[in-house]
Design a protein around this ligand. Structure first.
Ligand code: GLN
Length: 187
């Protein structure tokens, strides 16, 4: 069973996308829900709020524990920020599950949101939607960069962790979600 962290942000779009991939998804709001899943998606939204709500439920430490034991986790946008090792100029630091350094809102404000065709390794052309997206400023040597926009890495993977600074759940293209499912041999 795949879970979507459902504390805040774009939850339902991920649930629908997983269903379109033929997978049943459940919304994860508390530690008990997390026990039922063997993979987890952290959606976009507002990372500061996500941190606050995760801590309230003790989900931050629990997700970290499960991910370190190998549970596949996919974070999009704010979800990517939450998983990062370093959040530049931010009071809060990420869970440190992927060795990247990110800067929040570095693509600009809401009005600077945009959509662009990008090239994803092993997939090809994908329409990527960026909404107040973070920029990955650096990544460790064990991190694989699967796609870039304007030289910036936007889709990255380290072992069981996948992150995207864009929103694959907002298009009708399910290939990035399929990549997550495949990469972890869930399908
Ligand atoms: N700007 C948000 C943050 O810093 C992320 C935006 C998004 O998830 N679309 O958390």
């Amino acid at each position: 069973m795949i879970g979507v962290l459902a504390l805040q942000g774009g939850v339902i779009e991920h649930v629908r996308m997983l269903e379109r991939c033929g997978k049943k998804a459940i919304e994860v709001r508390a530690k008990d829900d997390l026990k039922k899943v063997n993979a987890l998606i952290l959606p976009g939204g507002e990372s500061t709020t996500l941190f606050k709500l995760m801590k309230r439920q003790g989900l931050d430490t629990e997700i970290k524990k499960r991910a370190k034991k190998g549970m596949p986790v996919f974070g999009t946008c704010a979800g990517m920020i939450v998983l990062a090792k370093e959040i530049i100029d931010n009071r809060e630091q990420g869970l440190g599950l992927i060795d990247i350094s990110v800067k929040r809102n570095d693509y600009g404000r809401q009005v600077d949101s945009f959509e662009e065709e990008i090239d994803v390794r092993d997939i090809g052309k994908v329409n990527a939607v960026f909404i107040r997206a973070p920029i990955v400023k650096s990544c460790g040597k064990d991190v694989e960069v699967l796609a870039r926009q304007n030289k910036n890495p936007i889709l990255l993977k380290q072992n069981n962790i996948l992150v995207a600074s864009f929103h694959p759940e907002l298009t009708d293209d399910k290939r990035v979600h399929e990549l997550f499912l495949k990469m972890n041999s869930i399908i």
